[in-house]
Write a protein that binds this ligand. Structure first.
Ligand code: HEC
Length: 116
């Protein structure tokens, strides 16, 4: 609560900039949740990331790393419809299939951009 209070104070002082940093943090959090949640993105079923290793039949996707340097559009497209870039991609088209909404994909992209 103390942290929340000082965050709120910081927001009040520095105005818009702090607000957008907080908004981005919320987006990253939402994206991470979608990434790790079974009935949402379930990306973790195929991708190891940020030290969370996976092992077993589901580990078919590459370990995600260095995505902070990727353009947003590339990452969005890769989630919306991987087949656009790779016709024989094993990754499902989360956007095209209607599994994730535009704003959910944007949240996941925000999270992916935090992956070193
Ligand atoms: C069924 C397994 C599977 C699932 C689930 C899956 N992926 Fe993938 N993903 C792959 C494979 C396999 C590739 C390798 C490229 C290809 O086949 O198109 C890949 C590639 C990627 C890439 C490109 C990496 C690079 O270095 O170019 C990104 C980004 C990515 N996936 C993100 C996600 C996100 C985000 C989710 C969840 C919304 C997800 N994946 C869910 C299998 C999966």
């Amino acid at each position: 609560m103390k942290i929340l209070k000082s965050l709120l104070a910081a927001t009040a002082v520095s105005g818009l900039m702090a607000t957008s940093v907080l908004a981005n943090e919320a987006l990253v959090k939402e994206g991470e949740k979608i990434f790790n949640t079974k009935d949402l993105g379930n990306c973790l079923a195929c991708h190891a990331v940020n030290g969370k290793d996976i092992d077993g039949p589901g580990s078919m996707g590459p370990k995600l790393s260095g995505l902070a340097h990727y353009p947003d559009e590339y990452l969005y497209e890769m989630i919306y419809n991987p087949n656009a870039k790779n016709p024989i991609s094993q990754m499902p088209a989360f956007g095209k299939n209607g599994w994730l909404s535009d704003s959910q994909i944007k949240a996941v992209v925000a999270y992916l951009k935090t992956i070193q």
